[in-house]
Design a protein around this ligand. Structure first.
Ligand code: ADP
Ligand code: MG
Length: 649
């Protein structure tokens, strides 16, 4: 099925990068590091690794290519395997959190930046690789930023100790690269020609209050007027919004006459890769494709056939929330750089049109670039990993852009409170504790890692693993707008008055009791795909526990040990009921509410801990459990003593 090998070979040769391949190979051979800049779609990700392999620049060793997103790692590796005419997991493989599809034969390994960072903990010189390609560097995710420093140190160390040279290639879709080149010892910059046809850009006259609605109206105007084969790409912000957009488009399109047949394709990180592949399919001649995507389609995934782009101008971003210490996903205005990338998607194959659902002056007021994640997210996880890498003085780590010292210090403080770090006797330096070392083994936020390790003592490890696995995937509850009542009624039977963590446990248990039966999921409005993923995640977390020599225990039907355990790990995320009926966080006395989707909505427990906070019109705790305040004091007596004192003074 799909394209023949010859067709794929011809497609490879038709890419803008193809004429430059000899030059690219020669330059990369010559220098220890190089920066490659090229428009999205020019062929950087899929071609450069193959060129280097074909020319033997890797000297027989594996080439690692990192991606900030798991979807991109998977879909790109599948494409490259196809082009190489091999099965995925052989010569070409991928490795993402909770999924490793590689073998000893793998020479082109596409992986998330997070996975390479974990590998560096076990092997700081990354010995098995001869070339490391840090792709999508313009995205500036925390992990990529940390990798810059880790990989640079590995290169230096290998040079010093006379080991095989490590080549570093940084690839980016945007031009602001002086920074990169400077950081990597003045590495040469290779500019690739892209293909760009003129694009007509339209702004709205007035600011839009509802960008989802505006995007649908704009889409149907295009759909009624433009001929078949001219495809549309809509940029929205997240799964729920995209799914409801897709549904409305499908419903409305059914009643239209004299328009091309429509293929509506959602594209976001949580979708399984088979579904994502649909976005790449060639549109049949009588048909129109409309892809409704997150910013994933900005640069990391190239979709052919796009003539029209509709840009909401919004993006879901991770932001550090100083009130909770957790990162918050929030819909915010995109940066100019992002908007320009989105616009570019319309002109890859022919002249195109971009409809911006914001005014010209709104565009002018957008910030030029996106702030690197490392300057706006919780650093506890990264700091723990750096410590596990043996980098004990995180404040002087060679970051390309340094995070604020206060954020590093608050991450250090958090890790001390969690017991992952402690002061070395007779010095001010912090060091990893045995507990911290165990925590670093889990690909999870340190607080969740701590809960797993505590679960051993509370004798509820099986239950905690189930809960954290379900929390690690996207929502398992399906709510259809057309059957809202029915969905809610069906979900009611899982709901626990002890809170959402126990609700999730109930769902997991029910799912297991029917052996993951798909029609049971369908009947109960449970997302079978996400449940299946949760089961896979659980397997992997269980393996890590086994490797840590942990004993598996279950607390049966009593939810108390589970909630005690959550309280002990998440005491930094406790909130208590105030007189006016709202909740106040115990860490810094800010107001939070219970999210309407919570099983505790409209309940008034005196004290709760939450593991997820969302911000819309208010700050909501979305996943929370009822706890006894005494459990919190028991878990962290010094912390609560200090907090109390602070409140009084
Ligand atoms: P870049 O990394 O420079 O943005 P890529 O190497 O990802 O470019 O893509 C190069 C070209 O390969 C794209 O323009 C597209 O035509 C094609 N391509 C990439 N991935 C796929 C895929 N999964 N299916 C079909 N075509 C693809
Ligand atoms: Mg790419």
């Amino acid at each position: 099925k799909g394209s023949s090998f010859e067709e794929l070979r011809d497609a490879r040769r038709a890419l803008p990068i193809y004429p430059a391949r000899q030059k690219i190979i020669a330059e990369i051979r010559k220098f220890p590091s190089a920066i490659v800049i090229g428009e999205t779609g020019s062929g950087k990700t899929t071609q450069i690794p193959q060129y280097l392999l074909e020319a033997g620049v890797n000297s027989g060793a594996t080439i690692a290519v990192t991606q900030p997103r798991r979807v991109a790692a998977i879909s790109v590796s599948q494409r490259v395997a196809q082009e190489k005419n091999t099965n995925i997991g052989g010569l070409v493989g991928y490795c993402v959190r909770f999924e490793d599809v590689t073998s000893p034969a793998t020479k082109l390994k596409f992986m998330t930046d997070g996975m390479l960072l974990r590998e560096a903990i076990l092997d700081p010189t990354l010995t098995r690789y001869s070339i490391i390609i840090l792709d999508e560097a313009h995205e500036r995710t925390i992990n990529t930023d940390v990798l810059f420093g880790v990989v640079k140190a590995a290169q230096r160390r290998r040079l010093k100790t006379g080991q095989k040279l490590l080549k570093i290639i940084v690839m980016s879709a945007t031009m602001d690269v002086d920074h990169f080149s400077e950081y990597f010892n003045k590495a040469p910059v290779l500019y690739l020609e892209g293909r760009q046809y003129p694009i007509q850009v339209m702004h709205t006259k007035e600011p839009q209050s509802d960008y989802l609605f505006a995007s649908l109206v704009t889409f149907f105007q295009i759909h009624k007027e433009a001929p078949a084969g001219e495809d549309v790409l809509i940029f929205l912000t997240g799964q729920e919004e995209i799914e409801s957009g897709v549904k409305i488009i499908n419903d409305m399109a059914r009643n239209l006459k004299d328009v091309p047949e429509l293929m509506v394709i959602p594209l976001y990180a949580a979708l399984p890769s088979q579904t994502q592949i649909k976005a790449f399919a060639k549109t049949p001649p009588s048909c129109r494709k409309v892809v409704v995507a997150t910013n994933i389609a900005e640069t990391s995934i190239t979709i052919p056939g796009i003539k029209f782009v509709i840009d909401s101008g919004m993006v879901k971003a991770k932001l550090y929330n100083p009130h909770s210490g957790l990162d918050l996903l929030k819909v915010v205005t995109a940066s100019k750089a992002q908007v320009l990338q989105r616009t570019g998607r319309a002109g890859r194959e022919s002249p195109g049109v971009c409809y911006r659902l914001f005014t010209e002056s709104e565009f002018q007021s957008m910030s030029t670039n996106t702030v690197p994640e490392i300057q706006r997210c919780n650093l506890a996880s990264v700091v723990l990993q750096l410590m596990a890498l043996g980098i004990s003085d995180v404040l002087t780590f060679d970051f390309m852009d340094k995070p604020a010292p206060e954020s590093i210090n608050s991450a250090l403080e958090e890790l001390v409170m969690l017991g992952a770090l402690e002061r070395q006797s007779n010095s001010d330096m912090l060091k990893l504790t045995p507990l911290g070392k165990q925590m670093a083994a889990f690909p999870l936020d340190p607080r969740f890692a701590k809960v797993i390790l505590l679960a051993k003592e509370y004798e509820c490890l099986e239950e905690i693993l189930s809960i954290i696995s379900v929390l690690s995937v996207d929502s398992v509850l399906v709510t259809l707008s057309s059957k809202r009542k029915e969905c809610q009624q069906s979900h009611q039977k899982f709901m626990s008055s002890d809170g959402d963590h126990i609700t999730l446990l109930n769902i997991y248990r029910a799912y297991k009791s029917v052996n993951g039966n798909k029609s049971w999921c369908f009947d109960n409005f449970i997302n079978a795909r996400n449940m299946h993923t949760a089961q896979e995640v659980r397997k992997q977390l269980r393996e890590i526990c086994e490797r840590n020599g942990m004993t598996f225990s279950s607390c049966g039907r009593d939810s108390t040990p589970i909630r005690r355990c959550l309280a002990a790990g998440f005491f930094l995320n406790a909130a208590e009921l105030s007189k006016d009926g709202d909740f106040i966080t115990m860490a810094n006395r800010t107001k939070v509410s219970i999210h309407p989707s919570s099983s505790l909505f409209q309940c008034k427990p005196a004290c709760v801990v939450y593991t997820e906070l969302v911000k819309t019109t208010k700050c909501y705790m979305r996943t929370l459990s009822v706890v006894d305040p005494d459990w919190l004091y028991e878990a962290a007596p010094t912390y609560f003593k200090r907090k109390k004192a602070a409140v009084i003074s």
